[in-house]
Design a protein around this ligand. Structure first.
Ligand code: COA
Length: 320
């Protein structure tokens, strides 16, 4: 018994912000952003919220899966930008879709959030107590980036992606996940600091900070190794995989992984150009885009891989 993805959905903010739009606010250019990252534009939330986008994405995934809200017995959301510290985004979704029989909770694993949600749902379903899960990756990163810092604000976007997974005989074949907390501060965003009666002075909320080159080096070494691990565990070669659906952090990272695995770029779908980096949202949003374009057929083998802050990484090999 394993889990299979039986429906996908996504929801993006309406507002498109191009590189030229950003160049009006910070000292940057379309040329710099495109050549260093592959990003042309991103979506930025104005009225949209993390939970609101999740609910829309979830409804689409459930519709495709033909699953009712009552059948969902687990909701797991990968996010670092929930609308509330509590209730969790997952609990907000539960209320929004009336999934009255579900247990709902969030996972904080940044860009690996969707993969951690998938692997966690798999583990829960393997116990036999759960059968159908709604898993999501969603962010409103525009809330936590410093819009005056050109080295980070150009890289990120907002959006939500969802999938319904169910206990089945085929689906998830192998997975690998891990963390390296010792290197965590190379991509960080502080939470609220002590601001109680004992502390003098009002503290400002901090923003995302990143050592881009450290993160880049981590990604181009860890991701191919993690992919190789799941290929070996599944007894597959890279030639057996139709698509490598990777977290979209930088086009150059995708190109480097493609080179290291000796797999042409045509098998690495790209969304970074139009959505930028949506952390936990990137993998499920890209998967939904591919699914709706008819790129996936029953029996195809694909690899999903997320990596980023924590540091964390998660990779899954699955049969569609
Ligand atoms: N526009 C114009 N210039 C910019 C800029 C921007 N938006 N951001 C930085 N620069 C400048 C820097 O100030 C620096 O100028 P200097 O040489 O005068 O000091 C120069 O460009 C080079 O900066 P650097 O940080 O060395 O660029 P880079 O080639 O490493 O590219 C990243 C930066 C962020 C694109 C790249 O390191 C990267 O993608 N890393 C991985 C990040 C990632 O994946 N994060 C998410 C993980 S989930």
């Amino acid at each position: 018994m394993t889990v299979r993805i039986i429906g996908t959905g996504s929801c993006l903010p309406a507002q498109v912000v191009t590189n030229d739009d950003l160049a009006q606010f910070v000292d940057t250019s379309d040329e710099w952003i495109k050549s260093r990252t592959g990003i042309r534009e991103r979506r930025v939330a104005k009225e949209e919220t993390t939970a609101g986008m999740c609910i829309e994405a979830a409804k689409k995934a459930m519709e495709e899966a033909g699953v009712s809200a009552e059948e969902i017995d687990l909701i797991i959301v990968g996010t670092i930008t929930g609308d509330y510290v509590t209730p969790s985004t997952a609990c907000q979704i539960q209320a929004g879709i009336h999934a009255v029989n579900a247990t709902a909770f969030d996972i904080s694993a940044a860009c690996s959030g969707f993969l951690f949600a998938l692997n966690t749902a798999h583990a829960f379903i393997q116990t036999g107590k759960y059968r159908t899960a709604l898993i999501l990756g969603a962010e409103t990163l525009s809330r936590i980036v410093d819009w005056k810092d050109r080295s980070t604000c150009v890289l990120f976007g907002d959006g939500a992606g969802a999938a319904v997974v169910r206990a089945e005989e085929t689906g998830l074949i192998a997975y690998d996940q891990g963390s390296d907390g010792a290197r965590g501060m190379c991509l960080a965003c502080p939470g609220r600091e002590n601001n109680n009666i004992l502390v003098e002075g009002k503290k400002e909320l901090g923003y995302v900070s990143m050592d881009g080159q450290e993160v880049y080096k981590f990604a181009v070494s860890t991701v191919p190794a993690s992919i190789q691990k799941v290929l070996d565990e599944a007894g597959c070669s890279a030639d057996d995989i139709k698509y490598f659906v990777l977290h979209q952090a930088n086009l150059r990272i995708l190109q480097s992984v493609s080179k290291r695995l000796h797999v042409p770029m045509e098998r690495f779908p790209v969304a970074i150009d139009h959505y930028a980096n949506i952390s936990a949202g990137t993998v499920p949003i890209l998967l939904d885009e591919m699914n709706r374009k008819g790129m996936l057929e029953r029996g195809d083998k694909i690899i999903l891989s997320g990596f980023g802050a924590g540091l964390t990484w998660g990779t899954a090999l699955l049969e569609w």
